[in-house]
Design a protein around this ligand. Structure first.
Ligand code: MTE
Length: 303
């Protein structure tokens, strides 16, 4: 589905009515099979009552973006100062056409689609988010992956003067993440540039972030400035910070608990303070599509 920006819409335009219309459009897009058709996931996506998108306010007001503070409301309060245009991404390592690409140059080559995905944070809360973006595989094809590459590494912008949270050594900045190449090429893996049909707000990782819906949210690295193809498992911030608690794979798995809490259930943001927790789904509900990637692997060991 080709997608045209609504650049004339500002945050003030996000009236409940607009949001409602947009939700319906998003649901219609899911019903029409946008993005999921190729995977045969359409029926499940539309039949799944869980796939009611969270509101714009919930998605943009309750965030994790430690570069802007560790509180859930810090990113919304502090990320406004981040400069996101112009934006360049350095793509290097084992690629045919390495270089520093302007985001506009990349977007000119990509087809944007809407994808309605569950987001499951490792902290056991979840949301449903209507992203817009393009498949990471298309970007990898654009730069050409060399034979022998096995992993993809990602890096977030590190600009302390605009990122108050980076003045504290809570993490080893810049934030970095990594995927196996086959995970990166999976059609569910996207680079998101928008939310509810509008450009991505800074607190959600503007202007471009990774979204890997079957993994815990921390793999979905924000505000990406570098993508590197390698033949070795790359540095991943949370895994390196505490390998006992955060594995490299970090696939959503209700059967493998975090050492300090259960991963069997989750709290859907916006479902009300006293609502029951809901069960967490294997691979966050995308098992049909992604389980073959891990055939034969011990998921308790490679968590
Ligand atoms: N990316 C960067 N650079 N810094 C972060 O702190 N937090 C991660 C992930 N990407 C994070 C990040 C975590 S823990 C989650 S759950 C998701 O972003 C949250 O995305 P959202 O705030 O858009 O819902």
């Amino acid at each position: 589905m080709a997608f045209r920006w609504k650049n004339d819409l500002t945050r003030a335009d996000t009236t409940p009515e607009w949001a409602f219309l947009n939700r319906r459009q998003v649901i219609a897009a899911a019903a029409a099979g946008a993005g999921l058709a190729a995977l045969g996931g359409t029926a499940r996506a539309t039949a799944d009552p869980d796939l009611t998108p969270n509101s714009w306010e919930e998605i943009t007001g309750y965030c994790n973006y430690y570069e802007f503070g560790t509180g859930k409301e810090d990113p919304a309060a502090n990320a406004g100062v981040m400069t996101t245009a112009p934006w360049q991404i350095r793509i290097d390592g084992m690629v045919e056409r390495p270089g520093t690409y302007d985001l506009s140059e990349i977007l000119a080559e990509m087809t944007l689609e809407e994808r309605l995905y569950r987001l499951r944070c490792v902290e056991a809360w979840s949301m449903v988010v209507p992203w817009s973006g393009f498949e990471l595989a298309d970007l990898l094809d654009m730069v050409g992956v060399q034979d022998g590459a096995r992993f993809v590494a990602f890096e977030t912008l590190y600009r302390p003067e605009e990122m108050p949270g980076t003045r504290y050594l809570v993490l080893d900045w810049p934030y970095r993440e990594g995927l196996r190449l086959d995970e990166a090429r999976h059609p569910l893996t996207i680079m998101a540039t928008g939310l509810y049909g509008k450009p991505l707000p800074n607190q959600n990782g503007a202007p471009i972030r990774l979204v890997v819906p079957w993994k815990y949210g921390f793999k979905s690295i924000k505000s990406v400035v570098r993508i590197t193809l390698t033949d070795e498992e790359p540095y991943a911030t949370w895994n390196q910070t505490n390998a006992r608690e955060y594995g490299f794979y970090s696939n959503v798995n209700p059967e493998v608990d975090h050492p300090r809490w259960s991963q069997a259930s989750e709290r859907r943001i916006g479902s009300g303070l006293f609502s029951r927790r809901q069960p967490t789904l294997m691979f966050n509900g995308y098992a049909d599509e992604v389980a073959p990637l891990y055939a034969g692997m011990d998921l308790a060991k490679h968590f």
